[in-house]
Design a binder for this molecule. Structure first.
Ligand SMILES: *Cc1c(COP(=O)(O)O)cnc(C)c1O
Length: 434
């Protein structure tokens, strides 16, 4: 038995993959990724693929990056893990200062965790406790957007709005108020109808990623910020997907000159290397938690690996590369290329709509019978052609590493267009999109 076959057999027998119907999984040959180099990933048989979705929207400067590797190794020569509960360490301290330096004005405190889900949960709990401790105890509700995605833990699912993922768990979730994405009037109605009851609005600024790359109209974020201020409501911006350059600025909120009360960061924070997350907040929120220990105003929350030293060391190197290579500034021509090519892809028969903001792209193939798995067919066709893409239903998502070169980007877009055509041609006859 070849090593690939042996590993595949072990995977089929023992592993359970996230967001994956295992029944279909075991009918297909799984792809085993063994190594990476720049924007490419290689499987155990040595086949090369462009990482078209940055290994789930995380990778920034490419795989196997010498500087990021060096940062991780150097930290391993010191200590792999200590704790942030009652102790500190140089990496977490430096990184907190660096994050505040690049974050929108007004954000002054950094609370670490390990995933986007926990970054969102922490913001929710802090917002709730903030109002409680200021004596505003009626502010217990949260407004979220329809089709929102903030992670998979129970609290983050409570503020989620994707029925396919979230509806099963409704009985376990706290109730929320659902706002129509992009509709500031609806937000105003909700906040007015629930005056004094709302702790915070939580939203993904500019682009709702997992909801299918839903792009908000210009000015919406700014309007929500102003409405929150007018109604005494805190604003949580979840930039787990949009942060670290994806929309063409370091953070999406910069586009509308908005400073949220909470900024949730994860995915790109370590350049896509290691699990690390941060919830940034203001000094006003922080101060509401101060008091004598016996007053129990403490924020009672903390994950074991919070602020892990190796992850923090890599996150610092990630920021060094951003600064030195001017990664965000140099995105402009890549974004132009994406937009020009997307205009062509929009004309491919079977493409209903293309949506993009920066290097976040959704190519919507319209509504098909879910059993046809049109998005998945595109994934398989792209794989044969040397690119890894992962759809959201029948929306083909592209989100390559920011470091992708023009030639590689062109190749990724070519493969995507060809794969869409191939996938649609593979459908049983008489299955048009509705
Ligand atoms: C991916 C994502 C999350 C969840 O992050 P995890 O690290 O997977 O828990 C939260 N919010 C947004 C906007 C995301 O895209």
């Amino acid at each position: 038995m070849s090593d690939a076959a042996r590993l595949n057999a072990l995977d089929q027998e023992f592993a359970w993959h996230p967001f994956t119907q295992q029944q279909g999984w075991s009918e297909e040959e799984p792809l085993m990724i063994e190594r990476g180099e720049g924007v490419y990933l290689f499987d155990v048989d040595g086949n090369r693929y462009i990482d078209g979705t940055s290994s789930l929207w995380c990778n920034v400067h490419g795989h196997h990056h010498p500087e990021l590797d060096r940062a991780a190794r150097a930290q391993l020569d010191k200590v792999a893990h200590s704790t942030m509960l009652g102790l500190s360490h140089p990496g977490a301290t430096e990184l907190a200062a660096r994050l505040i330096e690049i974050a929108p004005a007004g954000l002054r405190r950094v609370f670490y965790s390990d995933s986007g889900s926990t970054a969102a949960e922490i913001a929710l709990k802090m917002a709730f406790q903030y109002h409680q401790q200021r004596g505003d105890s009626a502010r217990t509700r949260f407004v979220r957007l329809r089709e929102a995605y903030h992670g998979d833990t129970i609290g983050s699912v409570s503020v989620g709005g994707i029925d396919l993922f979230h509806a099963t768990y409704r009985p376990l979730l706290f109730e929320t108020l659902a706002a129509e994405p992009g509709d500031a009037d609806h937000m105003e109605q909700l906040l007015s109808a629930h005056e004094g009851e709302v702790a915070a609005v939580i939203m993904e600024p500019l682009v709702q990623g997992a909801g299918g790359m839903i792009i908000h109209p210009d000015g919406y974020l700014r309007a929500v910020r102003e409405l929150c201020d007018a109604h005494g409501v805190l604003l949580i911006c979840d930039e787990v997907a949009t942060g670290f350059g994806r929309t063409g600025t370091m953070f999406a909120v910069e586009r509308e000159g908005v400073s949220p009360d909470f900024l949730c960061l994860a995915k790109g924070i370590t350049g896509g290397y290691l699990p690390l997350a941060a919830t940034l907040t203001t000094e006003a929120v922080y101060e509401a938690f101060l008091g004598a220990p016996a007053e129990a105003r403490t924020f009672f929350h903390g994950h074991t690996y919070t602020g892990n030293p190796v992850a923090c060391a890599v996150a610092l190197a990630n920021l060094d590369i951003f600064a030195r290579e001017r990664t965000v500034e140099r995105l402009a021509p890549k974004i132009e290329l994406i937009e020009a090519r997307l205009a062509e892809i929009a004309e491919v028969p079977g493409v209903k709509e293309v949506r993009s903001r920066g290097v976040m792209v959704g190519i919507d193939l319209g509504e098909h019978d879910p059993e046809l798995r049109v998005g998945h067919r595109v994934t398989l066709a792209a794989r044969e052609r040397g690119a890894l893409v992962r759809p959201l239903g029948d929306v083909v998502v592209l989100m390559p590493p920011l470091s992708i070169g023009a030639a590689e980007l062109g190749e990724l877009l070519d493969i995507t267009a060809e794969s869409i055509t191939a996938a649609l041609a593979s459908l049983p006859a008489g299955q048009p999109a509705t």
